[in-house]
Design a protein around this ligand. Structure first.
Ligand SMILES: [Zn+2]
Length: 465
């Protein structure tokens, strides 16, 4: 497996913040650890059993550790469809043991690549148990990927910590309006539908906005002008490649493109913005945007913005978090029985799609979410008086991310979804009334998303003191 560590060096003295921050410069370390599963694993992202046939580009866990004085925090971005709470917990606890960074100050996020392994959740449980019943063991799972992943993520954090060195940061937000689209539409019959199809004459208008913000944090070496690593956060579903080969989707090409500008060792960290209802399909045309073209536009936006990013002259590292108790959807016995009757046909395309989605959701609630509530971790990281990063679990609707940024006291706030848990879609109260796929798929009761927003805003205000 390929493992690379990139050293970052430079020093900025802080002024005008707390005594300890003034005395200490900010340091950062970045590490990349490969997490590509063995060939032949089941692929994630859809309601069918599809098997991997090889690797288009490797999947990675990319970690960045920040340190200022005795304060430390870590963020890890994995080229995966999601991170279940159990794997995040294991990885963060191991990393805490190995590095001393408190587990709550570590975020493990997924980029939401739909071309990675299916290694958790109800579809995996069903396929896995069926395989064991038929063959005595699951021949498609050559390794316990969840366990292996927890170890690799922890390793990435430890390597990033070992690479800590003084660093200079610059950050900002650029605008990109060409590549992302709200995928929910008001239709002529009064309903709201997701992905109604290109040129569908029944479409009236989109049911929600996009988030054009491209949040950028660049890490520079001591004297050089070229960044050696950077975080890009953008709200656009990573489901543009398809097929049965492992791929990191458009962030793979984004890194290739940015390396052309910033050098071959540049590490591109990618955080999924709140893109639960955002994808790359433009219903005004039959043409489907290609992965490379999407990445090229995003890379162009990052490259153009980079020289004008604001230097972080007074770094002030801090991290805070809150476990938010969110109510889960409840189903009566007859609906649970109906879902059970469909449990062997969740991947059967002959059953109506939304029936399968609903059955899978009810079974997932029964088997993986005991109780009437779930505790979800919301984290906020401050890098300077004007720069903060929020992490949220799940596939969060774009409106929630926009609400956090609007209410944030920080000039620049990056909101990263799919961190530390994946309780599926996190719609808005408005979308729960409108219905359609994401609502059928969601586990949280209406209002759960708004609770996460409220918690995130409170954390940001706490960090703004
Ligand atoms: Zn998705």
């Amino acid at each position: 497996m390929r493992t690379s560590v990139f050293l970052i060096a430079c020093l900025i003295m802080s002024v005008g913040v707390s005594r300890s921050a003034r005395a200490d410069g900010l340091e950062a370390g970045v590490a990349v650890v490969e997490i590509t599963p063995p060939k032949g694993y089941r692929m994630a992202g859809y309601y069918a059993e599809r098997l991997n046939t090889g690797t288009h580009d490797p999947l990675n866990a990319k970690a960045v550790v920040f340190r200022q004085g005795d304060r430390r925090a870590a963020l890890v971005f994995c080229d995966l469809v999601g991170i279940p709470a159990e794997v995040s917990r294991r990885a963060r606890e191991r990393a805490e043991k190995a590095t001393g960074i408190p587990a709550v100050q570590i975020a493990v996020a997924a980029t939401h690549s739909h071309t990675g392994p299916l290694y958790y959740g109800i579809m995996r449980t069903r396929f896995h148990t069926k395989a064991i019943a038929e063959h005595g063991r699951d021949l498609l799972e050559a390794i316990d990927y969840a366990e292996w992943l927890a170890e690799r993520v922890s390793e990435a954090i430890a390597k990033a910590q070992a690479a800590l060195a003084p660093v200079r940061l610059a950050a900002g937000v650029a605008q990109e309006t060409r590549i992302s689209f709200n995928r929910r539409f008001h239709m002529k019959d009064g309903t709201v539908r997701f992905n109604p199809g290109a040129l569908n004459p029944e479409i009236v208008r989109p049911a929600g906005p996009i988030d054009p913000d491209v949040g950028i944090v660049m890490l520079y070496p001591p004297e050089g002008k070229s960044p050696i690593a950077g975080l890009t956060v953008f709200a656009l579903h990573l489901d543009t490649v398809g097929g049965t080969e492992y791929s990191a989707d458009y962030p793979n090409y984004l890194e290739t493109d940015l390396r052309r500008a910033f050098g071959p060792k540049y590490v591109s960290l990618f955080g999924a913005g709140t893109c639960g209802d955002i994808n790359h399909i433009d219903v005004k045309t039959k043409e489907r945007a290609k992965t490379e073209a999407i990445a090229a536009r995003l890379a162009e936006t990052v490259r153009t913005a980079e020289p004008g990013l604001e230097p972080l002259t007074t770094p002030a590292l801090a991290a805070t978090s809150k476990l938010v108790r969110v109510p889960l959807q409840q189903y009566p016995d007859d609906e649970v029985a109906d879902a059970r009757s469909k449990q062997d046909r969740l991947g059967d395309a002959k059953l109506p799609f939304l029936d399968r989605v609903k059955a899978a959701k009810i079974l997932d609630l029964q088997e993986h979410y005991p109780g009437k509530t779930v505790d979800l971790l919301v984290q906020a990281f401050r890098l300077g008086p004007e720069l903060a990063i929020v992490t949220l679990p799940g596939e969060v609707f774009v409106e929630h991310g926009l609400a956090i940024k609007r209410a944030s006291p920080f000039k620049t706030t990056l909101v990263v979804e799919l961190a530390n848990a994946n309780p599926a879609y996190i719609p808005t109260r408005k979308a729960f009334i409108e219905g359609s796929y994401e609502i059928v798929n969601s586990r949280l009761a209406p209002g759960g998303g708004e609770q996460l927003v409220e918690a995130a805003v409170l954390l940001l205000k706490e960090l703004d003191k």
